[in-house]
Ligand binder design. Sequence first.
Ligand SMILES: [Zn+2]
Length: 204
Amino acid sequence: MKSYNAHTHKIPDNHIGIFHSDGKYTASLFSVGVHPWDTEMKSVKEIIPAINHPNCRAVGEIGLDRLKGPSMEIQRAVLLDQLKLSNELKKPVIFHIVRAWDEFYSYIKPHQNTPWIIHGFNSPKQYSQILQTNVMLSLGPSSLKNPHMQSILKQIPLNRLLLETDDTLIDIVQVYHDFSIATGHPIGVVYSQIEQNFLAIFGT
Ligand SMILES: [Zn+2]
């Protein structure tokens, strides 16, 4: 069974994954974007060559972070530029959202024309609202470890789910395994549904 990793900071060796590229790496599937923390020192122009590469399967991680990074005004402007780009290039978007959920929801209707993924979803209080959107939830090691997420993990419809390792060194196989244990979904079911979701969003 093949494992699929929706967001990783380590170049995948034994599985298929979307590597978070700085724009220089293009050798396997990757995403590229100006992270909200970097919106003051990095410009959207810098990611343009990489974003047009056929291995670039998503714009990200991009978003809003109220706890870290430049002012919301700067973050917002850079985010909106990149959302425009994602729609022009028809690329999915991988989001980093911290304490800016209302603003995120307000962008769905005017700006979402491709699949959107919340990476490292770990906000139990947002679950019921996000379920009403068509945004995908990608879970990583910290989501699976969070005691407040446990009852939610079992409720997430499998067709809305992706798995990731993010910036950890944990094997993606372990993330599949931990998700299966936490939810009671048979591991084979998890593998086949994630494969279907991943390929539908990022292609092969
Ligand atoms: Zn990350």
